[in-house]
Design a protein around this ligand. Structure first.
Ligand code: GYE
Length: 305
């Protein structure tokens, strides 16, 4: 609401800004594409980007934001690794007069409010991403109904919401069953390990739904090591849409990928400038995501990050 927005720190209209970007980790192509997009746009605009990489540590990310506050940056872009522990530093930034824009991951709405604690959230609709994967499966399963789910980082908004979206679709289709659901921390190697263990415990599994490409690629290694053909014996479904995964769709080892667009730079800085100029933003600014199937992957490959 307008009343709530009046609690947010103002941002002066200036020809250049010094802006923080608190990244959560850099261990996958999605993160690298997001960082590059932010750096490229800052450079194009002639802004200074104070970049930090929490390297997968929530505690470090909290410290990174505190150090940006101490350095009195003009504004902070934050991709919160987990949806609860970053809420206090968002409030600290507001009290220090520094507006925060959440990028790609959200904070628990019970702890931080758009328009009051931070300006807005820019990112994908993760519930919808999970639903799209579920809808594709229900239509294209051809009898494959025994699912293993590889979840993203525990306590992160995309892991929570991609699970909610997918599991909700599956719950409405009684022929499908989620045999097991375990975190692979959005990482290739942890995804492979989780898939290995779960495939041993559930040899009847014939679908793997991974919350991101990295874990799907890890699961493909686990399937091949177990003598199963990924994409044929076991359907593999994922979210992100990086080049390597889209190539695997072309090769038939992944059956379906919903894109999660990592190109944040232009929208992020446009929002920053708009905010300085007095534009009011909704709680969420949602990116558009395409998808990749066996039919569309070949032509889509050129546009994948
Ligand atoms: O899917 C994953 C990354 O927060 C939407 O985090 C992002 C997710 C993305 O590490 O690959």
């Amino acid at each position: 609401t307008v009343l709530a927005q009046s609690m947010l720190p103002k941002l002066a209209v200036k020809s250049t800004y010094r802006v923080g970007f608190a990244q959560t980790e850099s261990n996958n192509p999605w993160r690298l594409a997001q960082t590059k997009s932010m750096q490229d746009e800052a450079k194009r605009l002639g802004y200074q980007l104070v970049y930090t990489d929490a390297a997968g540590s929530t505690a470090k990310q909290v410290a990174d934001v505190r150090s940006m506050i101490a350095q009195k940056v003009d504004a902070i872009f934050l991709s919160p690794r987990e949806d609860k522990p970053l809420a206090p530093v968002v409030a600290e930034a507001r009290k220090a007069g520094i507006p925060v824009i959440l990028l790609d991951r959200n904070i628990d709405p019970a702890l931080s409010k758009a328009g009051a604690d931070y300006v807005t959230f820019i990112g994908s609709d993760f519930i919808k991403e999970g639903q799209r994967v579920g809808d594709w499966l229900v239509k294209n399963a051809k009898g494959k109904t025994n699912i293993i789910e590889l979840e993203g980082t525990t306590g992160s908004s995309p892991a929570n919401d991609r699970k909610t979206g997918f599991d909700g679709v599956i719950a409405k289709n009684s022929s499908f069953k989620i045999l097991a659901s375990q975190s692979g921390d959005f990482s290739r190697d942890k995804g492979r390990q989780a898939a290995e263990t779960l495939l041993q415990a559930h040899p009847e599994a014939n679908v793997i739904y991974a919350h991101n490409d990295e874990m799907a690629i890890g699961a493909i290694s686990a399937l091949e090591a177990a003598g199963k053909k990924p994409g044929v014996d076991v359907l593999v479904l994922s979210i992100d849409g990086g080049k390597e995964a889209v190539k695997l769709v072309v090769d038939g080892k992944i059956n379906y990928v919903v894109e999660c667009n990592p190109r944040f730079g232009p929208e992020a800085f446009k929002t920053l400038k708009g905010y300085a100029a007095g534009t009011k933003y909704p709680a969420k600014v949602i990116n558009t995501d395409r998808d990749y199937t066996a039919q569309s992957a070949k032509t889509g490959l050129a546009g994948a990050y």
